[in-house]
Design a protein around this ligand. Structure first.
Ligand code: ADP
Ligand code: MG
Length: 294
């Protein structure tokens, strides 16, 4: 596995889609754990969903145990310039967390206020990138889990990413909402690129669609075909099936990599883990290719 050369920065991956329940949190978690286990990467998860599912996943109650100061809010209100001191250890080796708390909802009022207070050039995604910059020396990846809403935090998290993963479940409604997401996001990116204040900054390396939680239903096959026909090269060549053992953020607090059988000793286990392993390797291979050309 190629290593990051000295001086080279880690990469920010934002997992986003304005729809809820499309496995954003699951995908963030799987990727994070998989990258540490399979590729020996050091990973930071940044929880930007005020509901704090990722934070909860690590056994932390985002409503009771996390203060606003431990989240990215100090960066939002300008009381710190970077997030060097924000990561906390988790039970998982080489996987740290910047947690979320309900206080993050305040960002939705603070961010537009900054722009309206006369600073038209205020772009939070740049502040976020700068805030994460020193951490990219330490971590190979920063994975940002976002809220299922069209919020300032989510949009800025998408802009801040070196790459974006859009998980989509192949049912007609999710597809329809993803088409909306894609066209809105394309418009926003277009606006960003034509903005004179943005000329100096790079917009992401790639945006990928992950077809996931695929049920064993003929309609799922149909919708999958629509997605592939519409988005072609943007669709990752891996399919994550719906599986009760895949992950249960809400009930079980474990992913396939958490299972005691992670050693892969059983065929049944290997069958479940295989698509997740493939996703992890795909993403890391893409990143290695980027590092090579830098
Ligand atoms: P989001 O963050 O987009 O709201 P979650 O990651 O919380 O979505 O996933 C929504 C639900 O789907 C959770 O209960 C999760 O356990 C479940 N889930 C995720 N991936 C799969 C899968 N491959 N098969 C079955 N259930 C899944
Ligand atoms: Mg979530």
């Amino acid at each position: 596995i190629p290593e990051r050369a000295p001086g080279q920065k880690g990469k920010i991956i934002t997992v986003g889609n304005f729809k809820g329940g499309v496995t954003k949190t699951t995908t963030s978690m799987m990727l994070a754990q998989g990258l540490t286990l399979r590729r020996c990467r050091k990973v930071l998860i940044l929880d930007l969903d005020p509901q704090g599912s990722t934070t909860t996943f690590f056994g932390i109650n985002p409503h009771a145990e996390i203060d606003a100061e431990q989240t990215i809010l100090p960066l939002v209100d300008g009381s710190v310039e970077d997030l060097r001191h924000a990561p906390m250890k988790t039970y998982w080796d080489n996987l740290d967390l910047i947690p979320s708390s309900t206080d993050l909802f305040n960002a939705e009022f603070m961010l537009p206020a900054k722009v309206h207070q006369g600073d038209e050039t205020f772009q939070f995604w740049k502040v976020l990138r700068r805030g994460l910059e020193p951490l990219l020396d330490e971590y190979d990846y920063i994975i940002i889990d976002t809220a299922p809403t069209l919020s300032y935090l989510t949009i800025n998290a998408l802009f801040a990413g070196d790459s974006i993963i859009v998980p989509v479940v192949p049912d007609a409604l999710s597809f329809a909402s993803m088409v909306q997401f894609w066209s809105l996001f394309s418009d926003l990116i277009g606006g960003l690129q034509s903005n004179k204040h943005t000329e100096d900054s790079k917009v992401f390396d790639y945006i990928d669609i992950l077809i996931t939680r695929i049920p064993k239903k003929p309609t799922a096959e149909l919708v999958k075909d629509w997605i592939i026909k519409t988005y072609r090269d943007h669709v990752l060549p891996v399919e994550i099936p719906e599986t009760p053992l895949a992950m249960n953020t809400s009930a079980e607090f474990s992913t396939v990599y958490d299972m005691p059988s992670y050693d892969g000793s059983t065929d049944a286990y290997r069958r479940i883990a295989e698509p997740f392993d493939r996703l992890v390797d795909l993403i890391d291979n893409k990143t290695c290719a980027l590092w090579e050309t830098e």
